[in-house]
Each structure stands twice: as C-alpha cells, then as structure tokens.
Design a protein around this ligand. Structure first.
Ligand code: NAD
Length: 472
C-alpha cells in the first residue's frame, strides 16, 4: 500500500496515543451540528445541486489538490475523533466510545485515497493504450446508524479520491453526528483551498428521502450500507449500485486451535463496539473435544457465561414473542445492561455474555448486533464448517476459523464463499485492524464488490493511440 495508508502498528500507536489523551467520557459532546453546517440541506434536490457544483470544481483542480483535500480530511477527523465517537454513542445509544475511537481512526488512516487509482498502460507494435479510472459524478450514499461517522468518512474519502462528490441520506437516528462529520469534511477541504459541499446530506433524512435520492435523475451510482431493506431498495431503484448488506458471521474452532488465543480473539472481536459491526463474530461452532476448555478461556477473557433459566430470561428480553426477530431496543447496549436486566451477578464491566445453545436457536440464526455470543457444540470440524456455512445464510459476508490444521482451514476457506475469511484472528483483522490490507466500512457482498475503495466508486476509461508512443 502506498502513501496515505498507515500500517497496523501505526494505527495501533495512534489509537494508544488518542486513548491516552482522552479519558473516555471526559470530553463533553457537542450538542449537535454547528449552527450553519457546511453541506447540510433541507431537500434532496438542494443537496444534489450543491454536490454537482462542487464536483465540477473538484475535477477541474489539480490531482495534487485532491490529495491535499483527502489528507486534510484525515487530519481534521483525527483531531476531532473523540467528539465523533462520543456524539455517535450519545445520539444513537449504540456501542462504546473507546471502540468508536478505534473504528474512526482505522477508517481515517487506512481508507485508501487517490493512490489506489493506478493507471494502466499497454504498449506494443500497435501503439499505446492508457486505462484510467474516472468519476461517476455525484454519488448517492445511504449510511447506517451502527457506524455513522465511519461509513461517511470511508465512503466520502474513497468517492472524492475518485473525483466524485457525494450526497448522503444518513440514518435518521444518527442525523446530528452525520451532519457534524459532513460539515467537518467540507471545512477540511476549504482549509486547503478545496471546494465546499464535497460531502452533502439531507438535514432530516427519512426512508422517503432515501428513496428520492436513490432515484434522483442524473445520479449514476448508488452506494448503500445497511440491512436487507435498504439493499432491496437500492436494487429496486434500477441503477448501478454498490450494496453492503447484512451478515451473520460464524466462527469455527477445532481441536488443533490455540485455545487461549482463540478465546481472547473471539471475545475481543465479538464485543467490539458491542457487536454492532456487520463483520463482528456472531456465533461460534466448537469441536466437542475442546468445547469446555475453550469456554473456560472465553470466560477468563472477559465474558460472563449464562445457563438454563438465565438463557430463557435473555431470550424473553431480546427476542420478539414469535422468536423470529430481535428486540431492537437492545441492539448495541453494554453487556452489563443485559446481565442486570436478567438478574445475573457480575463484576466490573464485562465485554460479552456467552451461552451454549443448539444450532436452530434464534441466537445462532439471527443477526443480534448485541454483545451476546452463542456457542454450538459440534462433533468434529467438518460438522462445524457445514453448520457455519448454513448459519451464514448465504450473505457471503464474513467468517473465521481458529485451527492449525491446514486441510481444515483450506476446506473452510473454499466452503465459505464470502467477502472476508479470517484465519486465527478476530474478524476485525479482515478490516485491516491488526491484519494487512485497507479498510472499508461498506463491504459490498450482495453486489460482489467486496471491501469498497475509490476503485469501486470510479468507472474505467480507455484511450488508444494506434501505431505510436511505444518507447522501446
Ligand atoms: P438499516 O438497514 O436499518 O439502515 C441503514 C440505512 O438504510 C439507513 O440510512 C436507513 O434509513 C436506510 N433504510 C432502511 N430501510 C430502507 C428502505 N426501505 N429504503 C431506503 N432506505 C432504507 O441498518 P442499520 O441498523 O443502520 O445498520 C445495521 C445493519 O446494516 C446490519 O444488518 C448490518 O449487518 C448492516 N451493515 C452492513 C455493512 C456492510 O458493509 N456490509 C456495514 C454496516 C452495517
């Protein structure tokens, strides 16, 4: 990866520095977006109009200016990362401030910029053909409440790196923090002589404004990130779309795994931001022979194990009466809140609630988005892989395996036909956090784009000169 994208150790160093500077909860959240936020419009039409003007300005600027704008957005966002995290938790009621700081820093430093748009050249007896990536123009983007600022920064950096501007219809429950980061990005652009309105958004987003935006005349690319309904809406709009949809990422642990490392990695991953990240671990299949030992290590790593009537109480709390859906009130809450509510004693601030259930249990089958992790006992690794693939429901999102058996790892890597497969690490390693490669918060499995970058948000153009300009 070339300049602009930090290494994992750099990201971790930055995270440590920021966490050292800010004692979580100390810095007061700003009450909402500034009085006159840049890029925030009443109507979809006004937001698109402003983004159109900004796009024609952006493409007329030198590429070096584009690089400066992207660097300035990274810098301004990093400087304000605590506010972004605190505002998101306060407004949405989801996740943990300290984890949102990490998520934002990951996006700020490891979302690729313009450097990923390398041109290609073909030369030969017939001359020269040049292939470059060109902007779509104004892009429409729909963003989730689970990673509000992360998705806006990640989409926005990639989109403007490709010469586009973007209109966001953000999640209604995250509209203030979303407007705040839209304003921040525009101010960062103007601070280095770039245009205003590179990012725009609708002040009061609704499902109606989302659908108006998805169908807005002249917009050629829709990018959506969310659950099944918004993915369906994007396909229904009848335009080219890039869609990041839901997941239900399984984990398989076999008898050859380093159980202590597996337990630590699973607890860290599944509890990250209270499990609201789409790729976080959602259910675990463990070979019977090592099940009890793994569970003991999972508890040592910061989980509270619940059993029997405690599980029944949790079911009543977080599932609807028909057991087919989750009670969304509990999405993204701290583990301690669940434990208090179901009357289970605990100490400190546990990261995760864990329990053993059968394969067909709703805790396995549903995407809970809560720090509640289900464990299923399996007779061998083959049963584990088969059930894991089944539990993923064909979303093709994320899965992982803890094993030292290369045949088993190989089998699961092929059997799970998804965007991210992680071996012997937390799922967030697949997002470039403690793993190699760039990050993205729009993992576009339904449309086959995988972890989106500026490349995803651009179109290919070719220029051919026959007979000349080959230099050897
Ligand atoms: P959500 O689906 O409720 O909302 C996402 C966005 O879509 C919001 O802006 C919402 O207003 C909009 N929306 C919802 N229904 C719509 C409709 N019918 N028409 C138009 N717009 C609509 O999701 P959420 O609760 O914000 O986020 C959690 C979900 O998103 C989970 O399912 C998670 O797996 C998924 N997700 C996926 C990715 C990915 O990269 N694949 C990333 C983040 C979240």
């Amino acid at each position: 990866m070339s300049s602009g994208v930090s290494s994992p150790s750099e990201v971790e160093a930055i995270v440590r520095k920021v966490l050292a500077q800010v004692r979580t909860g100390d810095a007061p959240a700003k009450a909402g977006p500034p009085a006159k936020p840049h890029g925030v419009y009443k109507t979809v039409s006004d937001a698109v109009g402003a983004a159109r003007i900004a796009q024609s300005t952006l493409v007329a600027l030198p590429l070096e200016k584009r690089r400066e704008i992207v660097a300035s957005i990274r810098k301004h966002a990093a400087a304000d990362v605590h506010t972004l995290a605190r505002m998101a938790v306060d407004e949405t009621g989801l996740g943990r401030v300290e984890d949102k700081i990490k998520k934002n820093l990951l996006v700020i430093h490891r979302t690729p910029g313009p450097e990923i748009l390398e041109p290609q050249a073909f030369t030969g007896d017939d001359g020269l053909t040049l292939i470059e990536r060109a902007p779509f123009g104004v892009i429409a983007a729909i963003t989730p409440c689970t990673n509000p600022t992360e998705t806006i920064l990640c989409n926005g950096i990639g989109m403007i790196s490709g010469g586009n501007t973007v209109v966001f219809n953000t999640h209604p429950t995250a509209r203030n923090v979303s407007a705040y980061v839209v304003d921040l990005a525009n101010r960062a652009s103007m601070a280095v002589g770039g245009p205003d309105n590179l990012f725009t958004c609708v002040a009061d987003p609704t499902i109606e404004s989302a659908n108006e935006l998805l169908r807005f005349p002249g917009i050629r690319l829709n990018v959506v990130t969310g659950g099944p309904a918004v993915v369906k809406a994007a396909f229904a709009a009848g335009k080219k779309c890039v869609a990041g949809g839901p997941g239900n990422p399984p984990v398989v642990v076999d008898e050859t795994a380093d159980l202590e490392a597996a337990a630590r990695g699973i607890v860290a991953g599944a509890s990250f931001d209270n499990n609201i990240i789409c790729c976080d671990e959602k259910e675990v299949f463990v070979v019977d022979k090592v099940y009890d030992r793994l569970m003991e290590a999972v508890v040592r790593a910061g989980s509270v194990q619940i059993r029997n009537h405690q599980v029944t109480r949790l079911e009543k709390l977080i599932l609807t009466a028909d057991r087919e859906h989750t009670n969304t009130k509990w999405v993204g809450k701290d583990a301690s809140k669940f434990l208090k509510e179901i009357d289970v004693p605990f100490q400190g601030d546990p990261r995760l609630v864990v329990c053993e259930v059968p394969f067909d249990h709703p805790f396995v089958q549903l995407e809970l988005l809560m720090p509640v992790l289900s464990f299923v006992r399996v007779k061998d690794v083959h049963e584990g892989i088969d059930l894991a693939v089944k539990a993923e429901h064909g979303y093709g999102h994320t899965a992982s395996m803890w094993s030292k058996n290369i045949d088993a790892l190989h089998r699961m890597a092929r059997a799970f036909n998804g965007s991210i497969f992680v071996k012997n690490a937390s799922h967030y390693a697949g997002l470039g956090f403690g793993g190699e490669g760039w990050t993205s918060f729009t993992i576009a499995s339904p449309t086959g784009d995988g972890l989106t970058t500026a490349r995803t948000f651009t179109r290919e153009r070719r220029c051919t000169l026959a007979g000349h300009f080959r230099i050897v």
